[in-house]
Design a protein around this ligand. Structure first.
Ligand SMILES: [Zn+2]
Length: 93
């Protein structure tokens, strides 16, 4: 099985899994049932580690359709900045 990439004009990129050599020129978009045309990409010859693959997929996806946020992240979820001992010596207001 291979993963083939198609692009819907309205919903962007979608993946279709099919046997090698059987990819049609167009596919049906699962969201709008419209025609999605095939996009030729570099083959994924090395699977690598799952986190690395997920990072690469997310990076590629953000180039075409970046995530849009409606508000800044909540302060409770932000990672703590590393503490620098030199900052303790700075004057305080
Ligand atoms: Zn669509």
């Amino acid at each position: 099985m291979a993963v083939y990439v198609y692009r819907c004009a309205e919903h962007g990129v979608l993946d279709v899994v099919a046997p090698i050599g059987t990819a049609p020129a167009t596919a049906s978009c699962p969201r709008c049932a419209g025609t999605a045309t095939r996009v030729f990409t570099a083959p994924r010859l090395s699977l690598g580690s799952a986190p690395a693959r997920a990072l690469l997929d997310r990076t590629e996806r953000s180039a075409d359709s970046p995530d849009v946020v409606t508000r800044p992240p909540s302060p409770g979820r932000a990672p703590a900045a590393p503490r620098n001992p030199a900052l303790a010596r700075l004057p305080r207001p």
